[in-house]
Design a protein around this ligand. Structure first.
Ligand code: HEM
Length: 451
């Protein structure tokens, strides 16, 4: 990673994402949306998109703007586009959430929020797709992790296209029969493309590389990770393209969803075997906190896969889908996101501050920017609260769920305090923190090397 160009706006993406996460956890603790409201209620749609666009997509976009160039050892196509993309995404998200509020019949002004949100979100995600797509297109052959990202970007395009169709139909902007047919039946495809294809597939690809990098384990490029790529991409193609085909011929989506599910489970099984291999083959015997906590996120993903299979076999899937999606969004994706942020914020801050003077003056190590013993208990409590919330959803206990969500809110805030301390170099004391030639980092933007 040394010699890498720093992505100027990645910290701003992370900050906006963390605000959305805190907002979502506060709403869950306050009893807004599922499980206090129905799964398809506008309040739940509000909450879900605050999490999947506001938190997870912004986090992933910020991370990919920094890491795609690292994955392919080639600079980002444009360093100018990330800022307007962020502005469009935030504006679009606000519009979409406003549209859901209008739907929930909170007195609104009757503004055409859904069409506005659709245009802004399409512009924001479009700029991200163009920028990352052009960057990936400049290298052949693509390394394995970058291929996962490529498939994830295609899935993001499908998610946004379906979401836009829904929003325009719900906003009564279009009345085309095909669009209405898609809106009536394609929700499972939107969810699979968004949570499975975009968020999970990108996380899997990036985790291969980050786990190897941070645990000093060998890079995996063999047959098994390629099988994960092909099975996963096949699962997405069967689900999204096959599902659309069935929908357009007035057939049930079930065969596409079942076949896609079987292929996904096979891909996840092989991915699990790869990750176990990486943990065992690592050279760094004592795990850093980020790798240790990633293991709990991976355990949540494995638990979600087992639960999905069990619910399908016992015909309980549709009754427990809320708990399952919650475990995937918070146990797997948020757990992984927070664990990796803990390292990435330290690493990027270190690179930004000390990279230019390395070898010229004495500098702290990356690990000096964090105090793992302080953060560890918060991470443990985060997983405990998330798993308790999942159990409460499985047992249909709204009260216990709200208590657990309140605990998640408190511990996430404590983790954010740790991230801010790392970013501001508060954990490094004495003159070694700012030797000659080092300027203090800014919270929200990374400044390129001053030389
Ligand atoms: C970027 C990743 C996205 C993910 C992971 C995602 C996920 C979801 C999920 C899980 C639901 C079902 C929620 C429920 O039933 O409670 C949903 C519904 C919906 N999404 Fe998204 N979404 C994404 C992006 C978008 C975008 C960009 C738009 C609009 C431009 C959008 C518009 C909608 C609408 C309108 C619905 C409601 C559909 C209906 O009830 O008929 N989504 N989405």
């Amino acid at each position: 990673m040394l010699g890498t160009t720093l992505s100027r706006w990645t910290m701003s993406y992370f900050a906006a994402a963390l605000c959305a996460l805190i907002g979502a956890e506060a709403l869950m603790a306050a009893g807004y949306g599922f499980p206090s409201a129905d799964l398809r209620a506008p309040e739940t749609l509000f909450l879900v998109h605050l999490v999947v666009i506001g938190w997870l997509s912004l986090l992933l976009c910020g991370a990919l703007l920094q890491f795609v160039p690292v994955l392919i050892a080639h600079p980002l196509h444009s360093n100018t586009l990330p800022l307007p993309a962020l502005a469009f995404l935030l504006t679009g998200l606000a519009g979409l959430l406003g549209g859901f509020l209008q739907f929930a019949s909170v007195p609104g002004s009757g503004l055409p929020l859904f069409p506005f949100a659709t245009m802004a979100l399409a512009a924001g995600f479009g700029l991200i797709l163009y920028n990352l797509g052009r960057t990936l297109a400049s290298v052949r052959p693509l390394p394995l992790a970058a291929r996962f990202v490529g498939v994830a970007l295609l899935s993001l395009a499908a998610t946004v296209a379906l979401g836009a169709t829904f929003a325009l139909s719900l906003g009564a902007t279009i009345s085309n029969p095909l669009a209405l047919k898609i809106t009536a039946a394609a929700l499972p495809l939107h969810v699979a493309a968004g949570i499975g294809g975009w968020l999970t597939f990108a996380a899997i690809g990036v985790s291969y590389r980050l786990l190897a990098m941070f645990m000093l384990a060998p890079e995996l490029e063999g047959k098994r990770p390629h099988m994960v790529l092909w099975l996963g991409a096949g699962a997405l193609a069967v689900t999204i393209l096959g599902g659309l085909g069935l929908l357009l011929t007035n057939e049930s989506l079930l065969p596409a969803l079942l076949l896609g599910g079987v292929l996904s489970l096979a891909a996840l099984g092989l991915y699990g075997a790869d990750i176990l291999f990486l943990y065992r083959a690592r050279k760094r015997r004592i795990l850093e906190l980020n790798s240790e906590m990633t293991a709990y996120a991976l355990a949540s993903l494995a638990a979600a896969a087992v639960l999905a299979l069990t619910f399908t076999v016992f015909h309980r899937f549709s009754g427990q889908i809320g708990a399952l999606v919650f475990l995937i969004l918070f146990g797997w994706l948020t757990g992984l996101g927070l664990a990796k942020l803990y390292k990435i914020v330290a690493f990027l801050t270190w690179l930004e501050c000390y990279g230019p003077v390395l070898g010229k003056v004495a500098t702290p190590r990356v690990q000096d920017l964090v105090v793992e013993s302080h953060a560890r208990k918060w991470f443990f409590l985060y997983y405990a609260a998330t798993w308790a919330a999942t159990a409460a959803l499985l047992a249909s206990s709204v009260f216990v769920f709200r208590l657990a969500a309140a605990a998640m809110l408190v511990v996430t805030s404590a983790i954010i305090v740790q991230l801010v301390r790392t970013r501001l170099l508060s954990n490094v004391s004495g003159p070694v923190a700012l030797p000659a030639g080092v300027r203090p980092p800014r919270l929200l933007i990374c400044l390129p090397e001053s030389g």
